[in-house]
Design a protein around this ligand. Structure first.
Ligand SMILES: [Zn+2]
Length: 332
């Protein structure tokens, strides 16, 4: 088979690159051949862990429960980055300080892979109230749309296979299993969403714009302003009028961004205020089955479906799980 010859050539090339880098820092795989992978937010860490399984070391950088949009890595993160063979970031300007630190810390043979930026072309970027076009930062939350998360996983699979050809078939098999899980989730989401009288979303943190476009929801508002402060009293008054006019039964806050303002809108508009959506803080504790990208999607979409008067039994029937052992480190 000519492919094994190609793999050998790549392995030799990587070996040479490692030697050329010098300084005692092995820039390709570590001496035992395991890739060292750094990631940023927890959903990306989970997607990478599902592909890498126990055949690579995966470590996240952004602690769960912090504001990932403004997160500044400690200088000590440079050490983790210096040892990494690959850094997977979301891109679309989500983690600029971390990406900049990676650029100055990474070994020369290492890669920064921007998953979101590689997933959709600029023509598909969404700009809105929280991510206005004038700031030049598109809405970065692609991973809450399973159809786009599948592409993240595919990019991870391809990158790992290229870096570690000996495990390419293992990564490919994990990707196939993960893709099947996404099919199952996608079906359950469509079944559950079909039972919701009005698929309308008013959220505090603006994490569901791409999801809404794919699944036929209308985002009537996402009220967190672009500097992550609260909206003005005039904006709040407008939103109260809009919520009353739309007749939605519930509005959604975020577990990472508790919002007294959204609570006030809920009270004054006479609708339920659900403050537990999560965009990058996985449910449960590391090691638990629900502490996974799938667990996060299942939790959010059950929460939305039920709060809006739908039947989420199809989503509840999905078992939160990973398709490969998740040994990644998730900073808390
Ligand atoms: Zn976010």
């Amino acid at each position: 088979m000519h492919s094994s010859r190609t793999f050998t050539a790549i392995a030799v090339a990587l070996g040479l690159a490692a030697v050329a880098c010098g300084g005692g820092r092995d820039a390709s795989a570590t001496s035992d051949g395991r890739l060292k992978i750094a990631t940023t937010v927890a959903p990306i860490t989970s997607i990478v862990a599902n592909i890498a399984g126990e055949r690579a070391d995966v470590e996240g950088i952004v602690p769960e429960g912090t504001n990932s949009h403004t997160f500044e890595p400690k200088p000590s993160v440079a050490e983790l980055l210096a040892d990494a063979d690959v850094v997977f970031v979301n891109g679309l300007s989500l983690e600029e300080p971390t990406r900049e630190l990676a650029e100055t810390s990474l070994a020369s043979a290492a890669d920064i892979v921007e998953l979101g930026t590689m997933t959709i072309p600029e023509s598909r970027y969404i700009y809105d109230f929280s991510f206005p076009k004038k700031d030049g930062k598109p809405n970065p939350h692609l991973w809450t749309d399973p159809t786009l998360a599948r592409r993240y996983a595919e990019i991870v699979k391809d990158e790992l296979a290229e870096r570690d050809p000996g495990n390419a078939r293992y990564f490919a098999a994990n990707y196939e299993r993960f893709s099947a899980v996404i099919d199952e989730l996608d079906q359950a989401m469509r079944t559950s969403f079909a039972t919701i009288p009005q698929r309308q979303l008013l959220t505090y943190h603006d994490a569901y714009a791409y999801f809404a476009r794919t699944y036929g929801w209308r985002v009537i508002g996402a009220i967190q302003v672009s500097d992550f402060e609260d909206p003005t009293p005039a904006e709040v008054a407008d939103l109260i009028d809009q919520v009353k006019a739309e007749g939605v039964p519930a509005i959604f806050g975020s577990e990472v961004f508790p919002s007294p303002v959204l609570e006030q809108i809920g009270k004054e508009a006479g609708v339920k205020y659900v403050d537990e959506l999560r965009d990058d803080d996985l449910p449960g504790e590391p090691g638990a089955a629900e502490h996974s990208w799938l667990g996060l999607m299942r939790f959010d979409y059950i929460t939305m479906t039920e709060a809006l008067g739908g039947d989420a039994s199809a989503l509840r029937a999905i078992e939160p799980r990973n398709v490969a052992p998740d040994n990644a480190k998730y900073p808390q």
